[in-house]
Design a binder for this molecule. Sequence first.
Ligand code: HEM
Ligand SMILES: CC(C)=CCC/C(C)=C/CC/C(C)=C/COP(=O)(O)OP(=O)(O)O
Length: 310
Amino acid sequence: MSTTQQSYIAVEESKAAAKPVSLARLSDYIELIKPRISTMALISVALGYTLASAHSWSLLPLIHAMLGIGCVAVGCNSLNQLLEIKSDALMTRTANRPLPSGRISLSEVLIFGITAALFGIFYLAIMVNLLTAFLSMMTLVLYVLVYTPLKRFTSLCTTIGAIPGAMPPILGWTAAGGNLNTSSFTIFAIMFFWQFPHFLAIAWLYRHQYHQAGLKMLPAAEPARGTIGWMCVIYATLLIPVSLLPQYVSLAGTLYSAVAFVLGVGYLIFSIRFLIDESRKTARELIWFSLVYLPVMLLTLTWDRLQLFN
Ligand code: HEM
Ligand SMILES: CC(C)=CCC/C(C)=C/CC/C(C)=C/COP(=O)(O)OP(=O)(O)O
């Protein structure tokens, strides 16, 4: 373990030691479920639900959907961390997670993750609908059983990972009774393309840690300068026309298209900056913009959809 890793872990351990036991345990469980990604996923679920039910929106079915999908997401993230104990222990970014640092046991996480996932799937089947339960199960399978193990073998894992990653708004959509049609496919496609610059910039930023942990998130351990930048530029460019599709399938109007276009150009500019000046600063800025893009795009899409109905 490097000196940086050791000092990082020492700081985190002293922070943890300062907390009462029950609070420390709660915060370990919160860390286990990747709270920020899960929150963004649940926001996407709620917006997908609202998009499909603009004319007949009601709160209780949404709460059932969020509860069931939330439990599956908790299962996904816990089981993902369970499968990655060894590689997480080798990366500064993840070494202090509750499993590699030994604060929660393997068997505890196994039982917690499987229970949460199964409960979520059955809850969705009973309280929401079978399609949402089935798609949530497929999301879990792709994320935990396909993407996670593939990270050790090929950088194609990220293309596979982008499938479960694009599912949250679709799960919300089907939970509201929406069919798998061109509208839901359009939202899936936007989420799918959005992820490439997001995770490529992250994978580039942490490339040495990933390499040290034996994870193949990039096509090469040290890609030739500009390779990842070019990939970001290509996907950000493709995202622009894809993000304009909702108006063509009558899912949204011109307000959405205008905002999506501006966001798309912004994402492309941040990608070009990363291509021209490949640095930690420009990578971080691209990641930051990706996290602005997603909620703003989905909120505007939903808002515009609601306007079409009123
Ligand atoms: C293949 C797909 C994806 C990969 C490989 C990926 C990977 C990551 C990683 C490694 C981080 C941590 C960055 C850091 O520590 O600096 C991160 C951050 C984040 N990701 Fe993604 N992500 C993907 C898809 C998604 C999706 C679909 C969402 C939303 C639904 C999302 C939302 C977020 C958020 C909100 C953060 C910032 C919060 C945090 O650092 O925990 N990501 N992503
Ligand atoms: C049912 C449901 C809504 C599930 C959640 C779907 C979802 C938002 C998946 C995220 C996609 C993804 C590949 C994240 C990175 O994981 P990683 O393992 O590469 O990240 P890490 O290195 O931080 O562990």
